[in-house]
Ligand binder design. Structure first.
Ligand code: PSU
Ligand code: MN
Length: 306
């Protein structure tokens, strides 16, 4: 197997059998501007620790696959320019050529599974983009959820995506979509959407039980846990709709395609909301880190069907 470079705290946690939560790095390099990105990365790690688990931020640095970054590495990554955005298709090439890259949801799931980590917290997953019937732009994150056994906690799907089509692809791929504590599927900046969640669970123990049962059934793949943004941090969907439409139109005009699309839209929405999108994003990622920590603890302690 590829050598895994664990941070000191991740190595200690795994040796002691205490819960570990994986965190992605594309959100740091391509999802938020510096210096807020570093601040958020540190805060989310602290949230995981405060919740009794150990954070493992995953990234490729100089060809080494890191499971947990020391603070100096986190700081360097947050400020680095030209960092690759790695998904399933390009992680091996980056490692083989000694490159540096941030891991998306798909690549973080792959690395977490290799390292024996079953739970991962992020903000939003990639999905089916608007206009996918022409562009075929469907994130590799959805196919990863179908094949790699990691439970991913996110705040639902962003309105930059075609959310109904995203749920359809997840269903086709056999991915359990579990909303935490409510019936409505959350829409990232909004805690609810007009769509009903395929599944609902109200506590972390049930989510951990479903994760284990999936494995016992011999089913590959993970689960998507949709955790609604905390009350008070929502941005009304009606406020964002014209901003998203404008960002999308600019992306189309400028011919942005492939892996450039999601970072372009996130950056333009940040600018057009004058940072309001980022404040909401921070609140929901922190909330997801706390829930993921509970699920990671429950996975270690609860027997199936308890
Ligand atoms: N959605 C967000 N914030 C993000 C991303 C998506 O709200 O930071 C990042 C994640 O790393 C996700 C990736 O895995 O974008 C998806 O990119 P693509 O759509 O190119 O698959
Ligand atoms: Mn894409």
């Amino acid at each position: 197997m590829i050598p895994l470079h664990r941070s000191a705290e991740v190595a200690a946690a795994q040796a002691a059998g205490t819960p570990v939560v994986a965190l992605e790095s594309t959100i740091i390099t391509h999802g938020m501007p510096y210096p807020q990105n570093l601040e958020v990365a540190r805060t989310v790690e602290a949230d995981v620790r405060a919740a009794g688990a150990t954070p493992a931020t995953i990234a490729v640095v100089d060809g080494n696959l890191h499971i947990g970054l020391e603070d100096a590495q986190l700081s360097a990554l947050a400020q680095a320019t030209g960092v690759a955005k790695l998904s399933r298709a390009d992680m091996a090439a980056c490692i083989a050529t000694g490159g540096t890259g941030a891991t998306t949801v798909a690549a973080t799931m792959i690395a977490a599974h290799l390292a024996g980590i079953a739970v991962f917290a992020t903000g939003g997953i990639g999905g089916v983009h608007k206009g996918a019937e022409d562009s075929f732009d469907i994130s590799a994150d959805l196919l990863e959820l179908a094949q790699t056994p990691v439970t991913v906690v996110a705040a639902g799907a962003k309105a930059i995506l075609d959310v109904p089509k995203t749920l359809e692809v997840l269903e086709t791929q056999g991915v359990p979509v579990i909303t935490y504590g409510q019936d409505s599927f959350p829409a990232f900046w909004s805690s609810t959407s007009p769509l009903n969640s395929p599944l609902r669970m109200d506590d972390a123990t049930q989510i951990a039980g479903a994760h284990k049962t999936r494995a016992l059934l011999g089913l590959p793949g993970g689960q998507l846990v949709a955790n609604p943004i905390p009350a008070g941090h929502e941005i009304p969907a009606a406020d964002l709709a014209p901003i998203i439409a404008r960002a999308q139109a600019e992306a189309d005009q400028q011919g942005v395609s492939g892996k450039g699309v999601t970072p372009f839209l996130l950056q333009r929405i940040f600018e057009l909301t004058e940072g309001q999108s980022l404040t909401a994003n921070i609140a929901l990622v922190r909330n997801n880190a706390r829930l993921a920590s509970k699920i990671a603890a429950a996975l270690l302690s609860e027997p199936v069907n308890a």
